[in-house]
Design a protein around this ligand. Structure first.
Ligand code: NAG
Ligand code: NAG
Ligand code: NAG
Ligand code: AKG
Length: 263
């Protein structure tokens, strides 16, 4: 009898943990996530280690950097828990994009349906052109109450302002190599691995293959001189990428994330 009682307590304890939206992962944790198997060969600096002037001189126009502990997004993070987002925005329509280099296809679904049905780990053999990703194309009228609470990354470039792109995606998903203007990427929940090359060093990749296939099939065979810059970012960190740098991303967990494009 005593054993039985102990088992019941143990089971309920587990149930409580699983259902708790404040589990540290905002209810977004899933059964599947990837191991972080890489190095970080990008400078990681906290606020005591870099001033705005140093950022402009050393990084803004020349190389990526990870900035740690500059902003406090505790409130935004709470609003991004699974239960909170579904309650507030479940019935809203979100625009999904295929996760390939040129994002050919767009599909509209309700946010609730995206979370319930489409938010899945990336299948190893799927094409990026067949994988739907929620990132960007946000309706800032409908989601204003959320984005108003986001404390954006610390340093802007002269004569630019930031435009947000918000997304949520499963473990193993990501955007394959592409480039555009400068900006920041931050994860609110989960971990995201970044791979970068300077503008004059175009990486070898197929525009319709996933980042996951590049990481598992192409990356291990790269000669040393073709190795990327890379780092995994976690909540509390932002990665800055300069103008026209090639980049690809890989979500190691189900991740909630936001980019700030400076233009
Ligand atoms: C954004 O949402 C508003 C309010 O629901 C709607 O009127 C508008 O058409 C939406 N914009 C786009 C581009 O879908
Ligand atoms: C920013 O804009 C101002 C006014 O248009 C201009 O004088 C200045 O040179 C610009 N700065 C940079 C870094 O482009
Ligand atoms: C990538 O996929 C798109 C959409 O299916 C297709 O139109 C395009 O030809 C493909 N590109 C390559 C290089 O295979
Ligand atoms: O967060 C991602 O997965 C994609 C980010 C990206 O490619 C970008 O910010 O340009």
């Amino acid at each position: 009898m005593e054993l039985k009682a102990a088992q019941v307590v143990f089971l309920c304890f587990l149930c409580g943990l699983k259902a708790d939206p404040e589990d540290g992962e905002g209810g977004w944790s899933s059964d599947f996530s990837l191991q972080d198997e890489g190095v970080c060969n990008i400078d990681v600096l906290d606020r005591s280690q870099i001033s705005y002037q140093e950022f402009i001189q050393r990084y803004a126009y020349s190389r990526p950097v990870v900035l740690r502990g500059f902003t406090d997004n505790t409130k935004f993070r709470l609003l991004c828990s699974k239960s909170s987002l579904l309650e507030e925005f479940g019935s809203r329509t979100v625009k999904l994009s295929t996760a390939n280099t040129f994002s050919y296809r767009k599909v509209d679904v309700s946010f609730q349906r995206y979370v319930d049905v489409l938010l899945r780990p990336q299948a190893a053999d799927a094409l990026g052109s067949e994988t739907l990703y929620f990132f960007g194309d946000n309706n800032f009228t409908e989601w204003k109450s959320l984005f108003d609470q986001y404390e954006s990354p610390p340093f802007v470039l002269p004569n630019t302002s930031g435009a947000f792109s918000f997304g949520i995606a499963g473990a193993g998903t990501g955007v394959p190599f592409h480039w555009h203007g400068p900006g920041y990427s931050e994860v609110v929940y989960g971990r995201k691995r970044w791979f970068l090359y300077p503008p004059d060093k175009e990486p070898h990749f197929h525009p319709n293959r996933t980042t996951l296939s590049w990481v598992t099939e192409t990356y291990p065979n790269l000669p040393e001189e073709e190795a990327p810059l890379e780092c995994t970012i976690r909540p509390g960190e932002v990665l800055y990428f300069p103008d026209r740098w090639w980049h690809a991303t890989l979500n190691l967990d189900t991740s909630v994330f936001i980019s700030t494009f400076l233009g």
